[in-house]
Structures are given as C-alpha cells and as structure tokens.
Design a protein around this ligand. Structure first.
Ligand code: PRX
Length: 665
C-alpha cells in the first residue's frame, strides 16, 4: 500500500515537472564550475584548428609535438596533428604511473557473481606490456589488425591498450554478436590475431565462446588469422588448436615484462569498429590516434566535469560499442580517472545492481542510455531507493533521443534533483561527444541534447544543404572538421566518400540524423533518416537483418523496419513473404528469430514478424518502407497510387487489424 502511494506521488510529481522546459545547473554545481560556459564556448575564437592544437598539446603527452592542426589538402580524407608523434597507451597508462599515480585504481571491476577486483594503473600497465609482447611474439606488428571478442573483464581493456601500444589497430566485436558475425568481421578486416575467452557469463549461466567461434571458423576458415589468444575466465571447455591458439595467461607469462611505448605517428590507425550502414555489409569505421585521443580526453574532462582525485565514474556501456571505447577506456584512462566496470546484465543478480555498485564504490559520475533508464522506470523506483546514491553529482545519457518523462525520472529518482544531466549527442563516426550542455554552465532542456561543444560546428540544413530556420526539422550536418572524426571506412574509401561526403560535398559531413535547432541554438536530434534502426541504442541496418531473414530456405522475400517501441526506442518488425503457398506459423516465427540470432546475434531478432503475401513496391521494384512503418504503427496510409499493386497495402492493413499478426514475445 505504502509503495503504491509512493509510486502515485512520484507520478504526480513527474507530471508536474513535465511542463518545466529548462533546468538550470544546480547552484552548488555552478559555483564550482572550472570556467563559465561562455568562456569555454568563446575560447576557440576565430582559429578553431589552432585552438584544438593547443588543447591537444595541453591534454596529451607527445613524443614529438605537432606543428599543424588539420590538413585539408586531401579532403574529405582529413588528417589531424599529422607531423606529431605519440603513443596512445603511454598516454593512458605510463604517464600516470610516472607521475606517481600507479597505485590509483583504474577500474573497480565487479564480476557477475559478486567477485571484486581493483585494477590499478600500475597493474594495467604491467599486464598491457606483457600482452603487447605476447602479440609481438606472434609476429603482430604496427598496422596488423587484431580482433577482440571479450566480455566486460579487465583483460578487454588490456587487450585494447596492448594493441594501441604496438600500433596494431583493434577491431572489437560486441559480445552479443554471433560467432558468424565475428568471423565475418575478422574476414573484412583481414585480422591477423583474435583475443577471446573460454566462455562468457550471462545471468548465472555460461556459454562456451571459444568452442562456438571454432565452429564458425572451421566452417569457413580464415587463413590470415594466425593467432588466437584465449583468456581464461569461466573454465568452459576450450579446444586449443596447435600452432594457432594460446592461453593468454601462459603467453603473457612467457613474454617479457617490458614493452616500451614507442612513439607512433599521430595518424596511426587506432581501431576499426564495424557499424551498421544502409547496406547488408557493415562499415568498418576507422579511427586514428592523436586526434581521437585529444577530443575524447577533452570531452571526458569537460563534459563530465572531472575532478580526477575525487570522482568515481561508472559507464554502463559495453566495450563492444563506441561508447565503451571512448568513455569507458580511452577518455577516462587518458585523464587518469577511476571507473567502475561491471561484467553483468543490469538486472542480474538483481534489478538494483547498478545502484548497489554506485553505493559500494561511491560513484559520482554516471553515464547510461535512455533505454536503460526506461527499463529502470519500469522496474520501479524502489530499486534505486534501497541504495545510497548521495555521492552521485552528474548524470549522462547517450545513444538515442531521451523522452522528457524518462529525463525527469532520471533527474528525480537517480539524481535526487541535485545532479545536472548531460544528454550527449555523437556517433561511432564522430568518435567523441559533439553536442551537449556543459554542466554547471548551461541550462538543460529535456528532449534537446544541447549546443555544439567548443570547437565543433553543427547545422540543421535542408536537402540542398541550405540552413533551416530555427524550429524547422532538417538534416544534421557537421560543417567543420573535428579531431576525432572518422578517417575512412576500412579498405572502402569510395563508400566513405559516398556515405558521408557526397550529399553536401567534402566540407560538410552528412550525419544521417534528422534534427531541429531552437532559437537559443539547442539541437534536438529526432532520429535516423537512413535505413538504420536504433534498438536500445544499438545500431542495426534493415538490409543486414533482411539479408539474414532471406537466407532462410522458406523465405522468399522480407522487408524490415524500425517500429516505435516504448521500451527499446525502436523495435525490429519484419514483413515476410514465404516461398510457394507456405503458411506462416508460430513455430516458423521462432525458427526465423533463431536464424537471425545465428547470423547476426540475438540483438537483431525481430520483435514482430508479419506474414505478407506481397510487399508494397514502386513500379521500379523499390520497397516503400515508409508505408510499412505507417501500417505497423497503425497510422493512416498516405498516397499508395505509386505502388505497382496498390491493393497490397489494403490487404496488409486488414491482416494487421484482424489480429492475424503473430504475437510478440
Ligand atoms: O541517431 C543518433 C543516435 O545514435 C546514432 C549513433 O549511433 P552509434 O554510432 O551506435 O553511437 C551511439 C553512441 C554514441 C546517432 O546518429 N544518438 C546518439 N546519441 C544521441 C542520439 N540521438 C539523440 N540524442 C542523443 N544524445
């Protein structure tokens, strides 16, 4: 009863706040701000690249300082700080140890079963050197791609930094992808080595990862992949192939303890991260070293208002996504920060686990995704309320637009109304945060990410690239190069130019998002304009899911759309036409979902499958996904006269209305 009253009171309170359009920085926060927002925003002045050059020299430790900021001579293949040299892993590790902070905790790691391990900067450095030497011993040198398929364990960070140390670009694959996807990404990047694990844990169970990977690799071998280092984690049975596979701990023990951090060129490739685009083949987004590290380190310090001696930071992202790369590994470590790293799911062993970790480690800065906040809202405020969250002083969100109600819940229930919320807009391609509010300096407006950060230029434009009036929805463009921008698509420069620089030319980057700018220069990002679906902040391409469904022998054709979803932002709905006169059954739905899980990963399974005898196509054969979205979301259908068979929509609509749509999960 008391709980019901509390829940009701919270609803009333949130309802009351829904009308409040802006939230000024909490007073204590504003008073302590390092510099005022306008000081920081005006700081770059006229010569923005020169300002970035100065920031870069200030925030990074260079072996050879650069003299130039951006080189535009081969645009859109921009280069930053190109005549400088540094080592990324030196910047994330050695320099903190040299400064006497070796005993500082880099990660408070918590395993799924409650194990705890505090990893200091000195320990991380020691392990990174041994891992780097183990890779070198297997012939890996600068420029060789190394795959990483690991759960959230400290070894994942060690693996990334070991690659960075020797200039071998890493290619991390999110743990939720299937072995077939891992194999494909190793193939696309021509990986020479892969660092993985015996098994992974998920909610009290374990899954034999190495075994499953071997099955995928045996089916279609990759001759270039000469080494697999296997981290011991769950004790799952891991077949080891003579000559190719080594236990990571044994290889590290056999390797030398010292691996000097050699200076590398500023533009040394640091990593490739495959991300979904508008075709079935994922894009290998390539980031390089110094520009990336500059902006990631700078934004982490300023956007999260880092007080390195006292803050404890918790980012809930997985290292398999760009948020994990930039704001779990490189940004925090370059700043010498202390973070929490959690192996498990947000609801295991209980729905309050994140808040338990916040209390346990005294977390002050917390960064998560709107989808996670919506899940927490659903589970109820009693979970966070059973823990002491009073040390939290700043909250962040990323990955998708946050609806005002979720924003308010976060503000009130988690932040206790004392923490500013930074809604950070950026992408895998931008490498680092681009648009947000500087806490302590700017008001937050629920639903709007904020203004471009200093040194960043963003605009809302129409199809021709002309600026839109305030309040008008248009396409988001970035109108000036920035240090952490992607440099290319791995081995696919044509697609790089075509995807990002053909719409507005080589001076304005095409983001792929729709947005609005208000009178005060705050940007609200509405969503994607391409065939990319954002499920719980995870990017998936309609074409990739379609091609997985169509590879099932019983399927003739499929069209996939992102349908608005209360929990996950968007959910995958698939319209499927079966071969011959086969009928769709519940068993077949389960079979198709499993088929997609095998091909891509569980995260790509359609939430809803709608059988359809035909799909709405134009006379030239193009599927009109807009109409499918309308019918799936129950909207009135617009003009259907351009369809080859206008009747098809009426049939689909009738089918959906008659409830002949198979039930969702
Ligand atoms: O549509 C935007 C949305 O996520 C896309 C980028 O996805 P990804 O490359 O996977 O990176 C996610 C983590 C940075 C963007 O094109 N997006 C990201 N952040 C926001 C957002 N949409 C609205 N508000 C945000 N804060």
């Amino acid at each position: 009863m008391a709980e019901n009253t509390a829940a009701h009171d919270l609803e009333v309170e949130l309802g009351r706040l829904l009308d409040q359009e802006r939230f000024p920085p909490p007073e204590a926060f504003a008073a302590a701000a390092r510099v005022s927002g306008s000081e920081l925003h005006d700081a770059p002045g006229e010569d923005v690249p020169a300002w970035w050059l100065a920031q870069s020299k200030e925030i990074l430790d260079w072996a050879k300082e650069p003299t130039r900021a951006v080189d535009e001579s081969s645009k859109p293949f921009y280069q930053w700080f190109a005549d400088g040299e540094l080592n990324v892993s030196h910047n994330c590790l050695d320099r903190h140890v040299i400064a006497g902070n070796g005993e500082r905790v880099a990660f408070h790691w918590r395993g799924e079963e409650g194990e705890e391990r505090d990893v200091t900067y000195a320990e991380l450095l020691a392990d990174t050197q041994r891992m780097a030497n183990a890779l070198k011993a297997r012939g890996i040198t600068a420029g060789d791609v190394v795959g990483i398929f690991l759960p959230m364990i400290p070894e994942a960070v060690v693996a990334m930094l070991a690659c960075a140390r020797i200039g071998a670009p890493h290619n991390v694959v999110f743990g939720g992808f299937s072995p077939a996807s891992v194999r494909e990404r190793m193939e696309f990047s021509d990986a020479k080595a892969l660092i993985t694990v015996d098994g992974a844990r998920r909610k009290g169970k374990t899954a034999p990862i190495k075994q499953a990977l071997d099955a995928a690799l045996d089916a279609e071998p990759l001759p270039a992949l000469g080494t697999i280092l296997v981290v011991r984690h769950t004790g799952d049975e891991a077949p080891m192939r003579e000559g190719r596979d080594l236990w990571a701990d044994e290889a590290m023990a056999a390797a030398g303890a010292e691996c000097p951090a050699e200076p590398l060129p500023a533009e040394q490739p640091l990593f490739i991260l495959y991300s979904s685009g508008s075709t079935a083949k994922p894009k290998g987004i390539l980031h390089t070293s110094a520009g990336y590290l500059t902006q990631v380190a700078w934004t982490f310090r300023e956007v999260f208002d880092l007080e390195v001696e006292s803050d404890v930071y918790f980012c809930t992202a997985d290292i398999g996504w760009v948020t994990g790369h930039s704001y779990m590994v490189y940004g925090p470590l370059a700043n010498g920060a202390t973070s929490v790293m959690y192996e498990g799911a947000p609801d295991y062993p209980h729905k309050g686990i994140w808040w338990e970790l916040c209390e346990r480690y005294g977390v002050t800065l917390f960064y998560t995704a709107p989808t996670a906040i919506r899940a927490c809202m659903k589970w109820g405020p009693e979970h966070p309320r059973s823990f002491d969250l009073s040390r939290l002083r700043l909250l962040g969100t990323v990955g998708e637009p946050i609806n005002p109600k979720a924003w308010l819940w976060y503000h009130k229930v988690i932040g206790g109304e004392r923490c500013p919320i930074v809604d950070t807009w950026w992408q895998t391609e931008t490498g680092a945060i681009m648009v947000t509010t500087l806490p302590g300096a700017q008001d937050a407006k629920p639903g709007a990410a904020g203004t471009p950060l200093p040194g960043i230029a963003v605009a809302v434009v129409d199809q021709e690239g002309e600026a839109c009036a305030a309040g008008t929805q248009g396409l988001l463009a970035i109108t000036q190069p920035w240090p952490s921008m992607l440099r290319n698509l791995y081995r696919d420069p044509d697609r790089y130019e075509q995807t990002y620089w053909s719409k507005f030319g080589p001076d304005a980057y095409f983001v792929g998002d729709a947005a609005r700018e208000d009178e005060e220069g705050y940007f609200s990002v509405v969503g994607r304009v391409d065939d990319v679906i954002n499920v719980s902040g995870h990017r998936l391409s309609t074409a990739e899911v379609e091609s997985a469904i169509v590879s099932h022998p019983k399927v003739a054709e499929a069209a996939v759309i992102g349908q608005a979803d209360e929990d996950t932002g968007q959910a995958i709905a698939a319209f499927v036409t079966l071969e011959g006169d086969m009928d769709g059954t519940d068993e077949l739905i389960a079979e198709l979902r499993e088929h997609v899980a095998q091909h891509i990963g569980k995260l790509a399974r359609p939430k809803r499958i709608i059988w359809s005898d035909d799909l709405p196509k134009t006379r030239s054969g193009k599927i009109m996904r807009r109409l499918l979205r309308d019918v799936a979301e129950g909207r009135a259908l617009g003009d259907v006269t351009t369809l080859r068979d206008p009747e098809v929509m009426a049939r689909l609509e009738a089918q959906i209305k008659s409830g002949a749509v198979p039930a969702e999960d």
